[in-house]
Design a protein around this ligand. Structure first.
Ligand code: ZN
Length: 442
């Protein structure tokens, strides 16, 4: 049993002074004591927060960092996607493991303790299946286990190149399954594999890639024949909306709703091209939305309607998506900052009842993500996993902080440098270790 007595901790949506947190041998929080009678803080210069949840990641895209910012590549989402296809064409199993490992290690240092890995890279470079078919998914799972982060593997279905153009780009052959049945067979294999691994850090969900790449009929089948969290990219680009109108005569969210996909298990990724009606439909269904603002900014996707979503009280979460930046504070800050640029005004996201704007954003980054991935973490409370972040209050960015303003300072001013360590299931990992390159690999 481990006893933590930090100067501060984020408990039930508020910063509490000198609580006592007890972690059991299995890695769960077994007790949280507040108020008087609690001994003086032992971790004097530390505030403990729940670990952040990265609800939307494509780990292999770590390999695009720094590679997609030069001229001569075209300047659109779809030309970025061509570069991504080029990367995909050359990766082997070991590359996928190493790229994922680097991404997950950076995430853990930045304060993410749980990752939703939206995994759609399934086949050999020529499109033929690996033996076993789950080889690349296993590489991703093993990468997460090797750096000790919690992972929800969102097994992604990619069943056609597009709804309006049957031509297959060379990179896409590694994503494509011939049918929903073929995908579901591999889903069963993965489910069996995770049962066999029996690691409480690893769970399984399903992720139809998008309505571009999965037809309405196939969406219907996937929704019906799977359980657990269900994620889908939606309303990311204007072209996606146009293609849905061309194929179905409807906007993407209506297609998804008719396919029976909307419900409390569902998280819609991006929604940067959404109307108010679509947000109301989302709210009524119990589905949540995941914004990935550093990626949406990098790809020119548009601005996620976080203000409307919070006014409606739609459950939100964040994701690092393309890995252009791995910083939970930055994702949260941009939800407000992008609305400021759009409206040329300040203080736009509504705070919750009795809750500051920054506090509400911290909840999105922690319990909001845990909800999207259906994992019992994201909060410091009895029974939750001891997935935690230690904030170093001696960090220069926090110098002279007032405790009451600490959430605001973290969300609007801090960087991952202020994170001293992360805890995953009660195991502590020092943040920002220098990378050892002596053996030639990371
Ligand atoms: Zn994505």
């Amino acid at each position: 049993v481990i006893h933590l007595r930090p100067a501060w901790a984020w408990i039930e949506g508020r910063l509490r002074s000198a609580p006592a947190i007890e972690i059991g041998d299995e890695g769960h929080i077994v007790d949280v004591a507040l108020g008087s009678g609690v001994p003086d803080a032992e971790l004097e210069n530390v505030a403990i927060l729940p670990g952040f949840v990265n609800a939307h990641s494509h780990a292999f895209q770590w390999g695009l960092r720094g590679q997609v910012q030069r001229d001569g590549q075209g300047g659109s989402f779809f030309s970025w996607r061509d570069r991504m296809f080029d990367l995909v064409a050359e990766l082997d199993i070991e590359d996928v493991f190493q790229l994922s490992r680097r991404a997950y290690r950076a995430m853990r240092s930045a304060g993410y303790t749980t990752i939703g890995e939206f995994h759609y890279l399934h086949h050999r470079p020529d499109g033929s299946p690996y033996q076993p078919e789950t080889a690349l998914a296993e590489a991703v799972v093993e990468a997460a286990r090797s750096v000790d982060v919690r992972l929800c593997l969102l097994h992604s279905a990619y069943l056609r190149p597009s709804g309006v153009d049957p031509r297959i780009s060379p990179g896409q052959v590694r994503f494509l399954d011939p049918s929903a049945e073929a995908f579901l067979e591999r889903h069963d294999l993965l489910s069996d594999l995770l049962t066999e691994i029996d690691d409480p850090l690893i769970s399984l969900g399903v992720a139809p890639h998008s309505i571009r790449t999965v037809s309405r009929d196939d969406l219907w089948q996937l929704a019906r024949e799977t359980d657990g969290p269900l994620h889908i990219h939606l309303n990311e680009q204007a072209r996606e909306v146009d293609e849905a109108l061309a194929e179905y005569g409807e906007r993407p969210l209506d297609v998804v709703a008719e396919a029976g996909l909307l419900g409390p298990r569902t998280t819609l990724i991006h929604m940067t091209q959404s109307t108010r009606d679509e947000l109301e439909l989302t709210l009524g269904s119990g589905a949540g939305i995941c914004f990935c603002p550093t990626t949406e900014r990098d790809l020119g996707d548009g601005i996620g309607p976080s203000r409307d979503c919070l006014e409606l009280d739609i459950p939100l979460s964040i994701g690092s998506d393309s890995q252009v930046q791995i910083e939970p504070f930055a994702e949260l800050r941009l939800l407000e900052a992008h609305e400021r640029l759009r409206h040329q005004a300040r203080l736009l996201l509504p705070s919750g009842p009795g809750q500051s704007r920054a506090a509400r954003l911290l909840e999105i980054g922690t319990s909001g993500g845990a909800r999207a991935l259906r994992v019992p973490s994201g909060a410091i409370r009895r029974g939750a996993w001891a997935d935690l972040v230690e904030v170093d209050l001696t960090d220069p960015d926090l110098e002279g902080f007032e405790p009451d303003l600490l959430p605001d300072l973290l969300v609007f001013s801090a960087t991952p440098r202020s994170i001293r360590a992360t805890w995953v299931a009660g195991r502590r990992h020092v943040a920002h270790p220098r990378v050892d390159t002596s053996d030639g690999e990371l």
